[in-house]
Write a protein that binds this ligand. Structure first.
Ligand code: HEC
Ligand code: HEC
Length: 269
């Protein structure tokens, strides 16, 4: 007995117990904490999917089918991904109203939280492009000049050189890109809405998308660089050519008339 109590009171005993306790807590934390967090994320995610399903049933199922399989009034949403939902609902295109050549942009009727829930539900139907995070689409530090080159080769044939947009065939049109957010620009490239081709990361890496966004922002900003003077509506060679014709040729004619008038006067006197 004596021996035991003596050992119990060993000066190092408290330290040993403390160390053991610390190790146990650390171990327990390591074992349980990440699991807890993952579990919390998972429940938040399944909750979002559940809420999204409710919203979907009310607002989207009539055209896209009860399980997103599509109907004669709307395409299947299996595999379109959360980015497509964020773009379509976030720009007010969806829910679509009346049939027409192209579903137009409208007032957005869902909150961003509801859009995220709808997106979570649609993403749960099949893997597709994921809604980008701010670091994916932020134009900060991107290369505007490179973006301009990329824009002219990939986008200008439909959206015009500075993104004013333009008409396509059969009543379809490429809309103006003025005032479109960086996120929606990115998502449009990711998902290729309606008659627009998609530009997945395999053909157009994220950095190039950010360069394009930086370019579009720069031509839409107030500080549009117009090194040659007036912007002439930014319509490209046509308006610039017209300017050349009217002012260039006009002033040549004026000079010719002036010269002719003066030589005539000189001859008379
Ligand atoms: C009146 C019918 C109608 C309703 C209601 C509707 N849609 Fe659509 N949706 C369409 C049609 C038609 C298209 C194809 C044209 C297009 O891409 O805009 C489409 C396209 C889409 C696309 C693009 C698919 C792709 O391939 O990229 C998404 C995403 C989408 N809808 C989501 C929704 C969501 C979410 C709702 C509910 C908030 C909704 N839609 C409500 C008719 C509808
Ligand atoms: C073949 C023609 C075509 C090309 C090429 C094209 N687009 Fe589009 N784009 C369209 C059409 C058509 C729409 C309208 C789709 C819709 O309303 O669903 C559109 C829509 C968009 C939108 C949505 C604008 C809004 O008002 O919400 C953005 C952003 C966009 N395009 C960016 C680009 C960029 C950037 C490129 C080049 C990387 C590009 N597009 C290339 C035809 C094109």
């Amino acid at each position: 007995m004596k021996k035991l109590s003596a050992r119990r009171r060993h000066p190092l005993a408290a330290v040993v117990v403390l160390l053991l306790a610390l190790a146990a807590t650390g171990g327990l934390y390591a074992a349980f904490a990440p699991a807890d967090k993952a579990q919390a994320d998972e429940t938040a995610q399944s909750l979002a999917i559940k809420e999204g399903h409710k919203l979907y049933t009310v607002g989207c199922a009539s055209c896209h089918g009860t399980g997103g399989q599509g109907t004669s009034d709307g395409p299947s949403l299996v595999g379109v991904g959360s980015a497509a939902v964020d773009f379509q609902v976030g720009t007010g295109r969806m829910p679509a109203q009346q049939p027409g050549a192209q579903v137009p942009k409208k007032k957005v009727i869902y909150t961003q939280k509801e859009i995220d829930q709808l997106a979570a539900y649609v993403a749960s139907l099949g893997a597709g492009p994921i809604t980008p995070a701010e670091k994916d689409y932020s134009p900060e530090g991107a290369d505007i000049a490179k973006g301009g080159d990329l824009f002219r080769t990939n986008c200008a044939q439909c959206h015009n050189f500075t993104g004013e947009g333009g008409a396509l065939t059969d009543g379809k049109y490429a809309p103006s890109l003025e005032g479109v957010s960086a996120k929606h620009l990115y998502e449009a490239m990711q998902t290729g809405p309606q008659n627009m081709p998609s530009f997945p990361d395999t053909t157009m890496p994220q950095q190039q998308k950010r360069d394009i966004i930086a370019y579009v922002n720069s031509v839409n900003g107030d500080e549009t660089p117009t090194p040659g003077g007036f912007a002439l509506g930014g319509l490209g060679p046509v308006s610039e050519g017209l300017f050349g014709w009217i002012f260039g040729l006009g002033s040549l004619i004026a000079v010719a008339v002036w010269v002719a008038a003066h030589t005539a006067k000189a001859k008379k006197s």
